[in-house]
Design a protein around this ligand. Sequence first.
Ligand code: DON
Length: 319
Amino acid sequence: ADIEQQASTGSLPGWDDVDALVSATYDRLRDDRDGTVADYIPKLAAAEPDQFGIAVADVAGGTHDVGDAWAPFTIQSISKAFVYALVAEVLGHEVVGERIGVNNTGLPFDSVVAIELNDGHPMNPMVNAGAIATTALLPGASPDEKWSRLVAALSAFAGHRLSIDEQVYASESASNDRNRALGQLLRSYGRLDADPAETVDLYTRQCALLVSAHDLAVMGATLADGGVNPVSGEQVVSPEVCRDTLAVLAASGLYEHSGEWLFEIGVPGKSGVSGGIVAIAPGKGAIGAFSPRLDEAGNSVRGQRAAAQLSRALGLNVF
Ligand code: DON
């Protein structure tokens, strides 16, 4: 059956039909070549641009995968959502609300101007400045301890031990002058209590963790499920932290395109420059997608289209 037609007539399929829907969405978008692969991190420019995978995970633990759903890629900015959840779990709603903020900058993810316009405030945890400020708040006495906590938490979201892509980490470390500048600038405003170089290094490492579209679906479904990983059964964070994290994603998950995303797709989401994207339907589940070609804001073109079609067909829009 035609997805758009089902949606427009209101005869939404139940979750039983998800396998067929995921496959139909994949087939429709299989030849979509819009967008360009990120090249500001040299190693990312070498990505195979035609890769395409879609996965759906529901809060009952069901998963549905098609195409390159198991292909590994670096999580990049999608890590920001899950590191934020970890920090919010440790420090609480008030502290992250005040220190990191929740409002959209309306500017690109690596904007320096956004910091200057806001008296040094990073504004939200999804832009690079806010993510660096969030990583600075990780619990742990040393960078190694912070890294251990971070990897343990993101691995618990995914339900298996995540590893790092050393080549992407090295490539980005050798070219991330801008993020180091953001770290220094935050520090100059008294907004970063940790060492900026160490913090940016941790942030760069978190971005180089390897995931698949399947992992993103499970990680997103954990936020949809009040913090319980629906596949492993582990309580990773509290329901309150999920609520806060999803609110932040709704406001800023797709950077300056967050409004359009919410308008078209109607659920919190997060993207990363290697082409991953996750769309999270509270109480229901999540869509994970991977396709390296991006729009000008740095969001996967085909991933957004897959999320839009599936969100509509599955009736996920929360509004
Ligand atoms: O810090 C950076 O620029 C990258 N490690 C991550 C940026 C990113 O994923 C933006 N996303 N769409």
